[in-house]
Write a protein that binds this ligand. Structure first.
Ligand code: DGL
Length: 266
């Protein structure tokens, strides 16, 4: 099975695209809603939470884990890969930042607004990755710390959310010079409409879901030894450390069909 780890319901915006593109693979989703927002956590806390989540997913039968959460990918993934993963030979944990940047770097954009959590912005992961792959791109990083928790509380598509999105984006320097927006937090596609409206629908606003799904497909082609270990019965399991009814409601609304979460501790 392929495991997906997020701080809450945000990672559903990644897994929905993976299900669309690679429907036969068995997947397990783990959202750590009880401890979100990850965007306001310290590096050492994120390392601990990510490693706990990864071990939980390994125990559930996953040999490959996608860390959907940008905050955990940006701040903690490298440390987990380098210092902890060796105790699980043959298992892999992949993040979302590198594949996102690879897919976006050669599309001709010059000034990309990267909207993220505080932890992702502080890590400068996007600034460094874009600089490595295409240094001519200027990255404008802006943190939107309230958006993730508001989405988790079910406030996406509300007047309150729209006001908050407009307030936050009006703080961005010289928005007229931006030629693309990257929603670099899994929770932000829930408010994509409000972001597009702020920019008067004039510039593209990218979700990561399809960028990550396409990169995962490519990874599986390049790594048959990993691909062979994955189940292909299309089974889909959803777990949350938080409120099951809230996760069921938000997931079912997002996917347009009934989704049932199970409660768990990590
Ligand atoms: N889903 C997390 C991310 O992609 C952000 C939400 C949170 O702060 O927990 O960074």
């Amino acid at each position: 099975m392929i495991g997906f780890f997020d701080s809450g319901v945000g990672g559903l915006t990644i897994i929905e695209e993976v299900h669309r593109r690679l429907p036969s693979y068995g997947t397990v989703y783990l959202g750590d809603s009880a401890r979100m927002p990850y965007g306001e956590k310290r590096h050492d806390e994120l390392v601990q939470f990510l490693w706990e989540g990864a071990q939980w997913l390994f125990a559930r039968g996953c040999s490959l884990i996608i860390v959907a959460c940008n905050s955990a990918s940006a701040s903690a993934l490298r440390e987990v890969q380098q210092t902890k993963l060796s105790s699980f030979p043959g298992r892999r944990i992949l993040g979302v930042i590198r594949p996102t940047v690879e897919e976006l770097s050669h599309q001709g954009y010059k000034r990309i607004l990267v909207l993220s959590t505080t932890a992702t912005k502080k890590s400068e992961a996007y600034v460094h990755e874009f600089a490595k792959i295409n240094p001519s791109i200027q990255v404008i990083s802006h943190a939107c710390p309230n958006w993730g928790p508001m989405v988790e509380e079910g406030k996406a598509v509300s007047i309150e959310m729209k006001i908050e999105v407009n307030r936050e984006l009006s703080l961005v320097d010289d928005p007229s010079a931006i030629d693309a927006v990257l929603l670099a937090c899994t929770h932000y596609p829930y408010v994509r409409e409000d972001v597009e409206a702020f920019f008067l629908y004039k510039i593209p606003v990218f979700n990561q879901g399809n960028l990550v799904a396409s990169s995962l497909e490519d990874y599986l082609l390049r790594h048959p030894e990993m691909e062979r270990t994955l189940t292909k019965d299309g089974a889909r399991e959803y777990f949350t450390t938080g409120d099951v009814a809230n996760a069921d409601f938000l997931a079912s609304k997002r996917f347009g069909y009934d989704v049932r979460f199970q409660n768990t501790f990590v």
